[in-house]
Design a protein around this ligand. Structure first.
Ligand code: ATP
Ligand code: ATP
Ligand code: MG
Ligand code: MG
Ligand code: MG
Ligand code: MG
Ligand code: MG
Length: 283
């Protein structure tokens, strides 16, 4: 690049590379989707087309960025996890976040007509915000994923009951809200079943659990013994020193990741089983 007297302004840029050897989570969220979902008449509480579109856009992001290990989505949000050894964009937060958010948004708009063929988009167009958070341990990362999935469950049980009271029970929003005030999960299950014959457990898995996207390799059979459990990927010993992989090893792994099939599932990611059967995710 040519030198000029203006070049000093480059120095105003602040470094923003994320702490090394930590799991990076980039979470995006739809801007003003309460309004957006009304504009395009999303079915309440869960519009399957809108969730399928979120999943398709996230799948495209995962295919374009092989450094992403796993992603989890619910409602208008998606979390993308980068392995703690990831060095993409020198781990610069703004580069990582802006690339993910713009790639996701581009695909969301590109794929819109596939999922909503009879409602063409018009301004204001859908947009997403994003942030990056680092987690120093596998336990913290798994707790993050659990947090999002618990949130999905709590919101979905509430919304399913709320909208049943309105759509099937003829209540208005205020009355439904009043009825649900202070209720526990068991109460909501009971309202759904006794008033509307809805067994919450039989609701679609995508609504209850959200969506998890990952690269699929061979499953590892769960151990049947009762030995003490250790969380995979949490090395013992001197864990302050990151494991150093050779360049050719990293290249090989990247190639394998690029070729692997990416799947969208609706599984429990809170319990150990999901992670124990897929040890490559956290190792
Ligand atoms: P913000 O810009 O602060 O995120 P928001 O209106 O997007 O504001 P959120 O908390 O992100 O607020 O909530 C997302 C909204 O989008 C909720 O009202 C939710 O009901 C709606 N929504 C998202 N996905 C769907 C879907 N698949 N079906 C029906 N409604 C949806
Ligand atoms: P990075 O991902 O690091 O930004 P890059 O390849 O995008 O990599 P830039 O420094 O952003 O690198 O440079 C942008 C490139 O795109 C340059 O090679 C430039 O010549 C080319 N380019 C951008 N806009 C135009 C245009 N309108 N016409 C021709 N070439 C263009
Ligand atoms: Mg440029
Ligand atoms: Mg938000
Ligand atoms: Mg939102
Ligand atoms: Mg949201
Ligand atoms: Mg460029």
């Amino acid at each position: 690049m040519a030198n000029s007297k203006f070049e000093y302004v480059k120095q105003f840029e602040q470094p923003d590379s994320l702490l090394p050897n930590t799991w990076i989570v980039v979470r995006l969220d739809g801007r003003g989707f309460t309004k957006f979902s009304t504009k395009y008449a999303f079915e309440k509480p869960n519009d399957k087309r809108a969730l399928d579109l979120m999943n398709a856009a996230a799948l495209a992001v995962m295919s374009e960025l092989p450094d992403i290990t796993i992603a989890y989505g619910v409602s208008d949000e998606y979390s993308f996890v980068f392995h703690k050894s990831c060095t993409l964009f020198e781990r610069r937060a703004s580069k990582l976040v802006s690339t993910i958010v713009s790639t996701f948004t581009a695909y969301y708009i590109h794929l819109w007509s596939t999922y909503f063929p009879s409602s063409p988009l018009s301004p204001p167009l859908p947009s997403f915000d994003g942030r990056a958070v680092t987690y120093p341990s596998v336990q913290n990362l798994r707790d993050y994923m659990s947090w999002r999935q618990v949130d999905c469950h709590i919101n979905n049980l509430y919304n399913t009951t709320f909208w049943a009271l309105i759509q099937r029970g003829g209540m208005d929003g205020t009355a439904a809200e009043q009825m649900l005030k202070g209720t526990f999960s068991a109460d909501k299950n009971e309202i759904l079943f006794s008033k509307f014959g809805i067994n919450y457990n039989k609701e679609p898995e995508m609504f209850k659990k959200g969506s998890v996207i990952f690269r699929d390799y061979e499953l590892v059979e769960p151990e049947t013994g009762t030995g003490t459990k250790t969380i995979k990927g949490e090395e013992g010993g001197n864990s302050a020193v990151p494991e150093v992989k050779s360049k050719s090893q990293l290249e090989k792994e990247k190639k394998a990741r690029t070729k692997a099939k990416i799947v969208v599932e609706h599984l429990d990611i809170i319990r150990d089983e999901f992670w124990e059967r897929r040890p490559w995710l956290l190792s």
